[in-house]
Design a protein around this ligand. Structure first.
Ligand code: MF3
Ligand code: CO
Ligand code: CO
Length: 272
């Protein structure tokens, strides 16, 4: 959802505020990390996100976030297996073999940090682990391809051929990365496949945006759950994986604002 007309190129003071928001958000991810395991209900993870965020005087951006039909009811998104994104935490208990994306966004002093990770629960299949690795590598390959002033399409031009040629998986095009700042979602759209608009848009120094590729084992097509108005699943109910960082483009290249202490770092190899 794109609103108003934010100033996209941030000065040094605003960049520091985005750094602080990203760093806090990453700390939330590290805080809930030990909970993401078999036997835990996804609503327990959501509660931990809410409590930790509010205890530190900050705000979960997802809570009551306006959608097309209904406001989002929880403090984060937790998307299990065939759920592509916007899974609503609830009574579901994580189980051995699940792959589960936890997507966190915090408002810190008016500025947003947004990131997600896909976690392996116990021992997923080799096929599932390969998919998670692919989504993780897509995120870092795209970041590594960025230079100040590059086209937004650099991201899609890196991810789409890599996935198609080496895996044959589906790259979701319906849901995209986004500019981020004082607004959760702002210009430009950051698609993970090349588009006409992304070939026109640029990533100039001072801009903040997310990269958040969703990669599906089968079809790239998705279906929204009309009962809750949020949950997005793969059209063929095969697995989907995603990773997300908030990035600041500097005069020297991209800076990842949402690096965790304890999570998988660039080059990480997923295995069980
Ligand atoms: N965090 C998601 C993103 O990466 C957006 C979630 S919107 C919500 O853009 F309302 F579902 F929380
Ligand atoms: Co997110
Ligand atoms: Co995002």
């Amino acid at each position: 959802m794109i609103r108003k007309n934010p100033r996209l190129r941030l000065g040094q003071t605003e960049r520091q505020l985005m750094r602080a928001a990203g760093k806090f958000n990453a700390g939330v991810m590290d805080h809930i990390r030990p909970l993401v395991k078999a036997g835990v209900r996804t609503e327990a993870i959501d509660k931990a996100v809410y409590d930790f965020t509010v205890e530190h005087g900050h705000t979960p951006a997802c809570l009551h976030y306006a959608g097309d039909t209904t406001p989002y009811p929880k403090s984060c998104c937790i998307s299990v297996n065939d759920v592509v994104c916007h899974g609503i935490p609830g009574a579901y208990e994580l189980r051995d073999g699940d792959i589960v994306n936890v997507d966190l966004t915090t408002i810190v002093d008016g500025w947003h940090g947004d990131q997600s990770e896909t976690f392996l629960i116990g021992q997923p299949t080799a096929e599932a682990i390969k998919l998670v690795q692919c989504a993780f590598d897509c995120l870092y390959m795209a970041i590594d391809a960025l230079t100040p002033g590059c086209r937004v399409s650099t991201i899609g031009e890196t991810i789409a051929p890599h996935v198609k040629n080496n895996f044959g998986y589906g790259v979701v095009d319906k849901y995209v990365g986004h500019g981020i700042g004082m607004q959760f979602h702002q210009r430009p759209n950051v698609p993970h496949v090349p588009t006409q608009q992304s070939r026109r848009d640029r990533l100039d120094a001072g801009m903040c945006f997310t990269i958040e590729p969703m990669v599906n084992l089968g079809t790239h097509r998705t279906r929204m759950d009309t009962r809750d108005g949020w949950t997005v699943r793969t059209a063929d109910n095969q697995l989907s994986a995603q990773f997300e960082h908030t990035i600041l483009m500097t005069e020297n290249g991209p800076e990842i604002l949402t690096l965790t202490q304890d999570g998988p770092q660039k080059g990480h190899c997923f295995s069980v």
